[in-house]
Design a protein around this ligand. Structure first.
Ligand code: HEC
Length: 109
């Protein structure tokens, strides 16, 4: 009985560790998704519109997950990703790793 309890506790700990690793996302895998065509049924990739390494900032949507699924289903004619899945976590990690665009401030007029 004791051994069973230990096994159950170990499984819970491992499951928790895996879900934390999952939630963090892998930016390198996200970059591959962003540049590749695996999310698309139209041969488009995110980079075709979002060139360079500028971060697409959120204006319309509240979360990257919502924005990403909107982009996939409209612009890429692809299937929405599971918002809590690994590919979404990877894509969001990549987007967050990008640099925000610099604003041009016009002064002196
Ligand atoms: C056909 C061109 C096109 C493609 C392909 C595209 N985007 Fe976009 N994306 C845009 C444009 C234009 C905007 C800004 C205007 C808007 O909100 O519609 C935008 C906005 C965004 C935003 C910000 C949304 C907000 O809240 O305002 C994110 C994040 C984003 N794109 C991510 C992606 C990702 C990830 C992909 C690939 C899965 C992708 N985009 C593919 C054109 C594109």
């Amino acid at each position: 009985m004791k051994a069973l309890k230990i096994v159950i506790i170990m499984m819970l700990i491992l499951g928790f560790a895996a879900s934390v690793a999952f939630a963090a996302g892998n930016a390198a895998n996200g970059k591959a998704l962003f540049e590749g065509k695996s999310l698309s049924s139209s041969g488009m990739s995110c980079t075709m519109c979002h060139r360079g390494s500028l971060k697409p900032e959120l204006h319309k949507f509240k979360t990257y997950e919502e924005a990403v699924n909107y982009m996939i289903t409209t612009n890429l004619h692809g299937k929405a990703l599971n918002p809590k899945g690994k590919r979404m976590a990877d894509l969001v990690a990549y987007l967050k790793s990008l640099n925000a665009p610099k604003r041009r401030v016009i002064t002196g007029c």
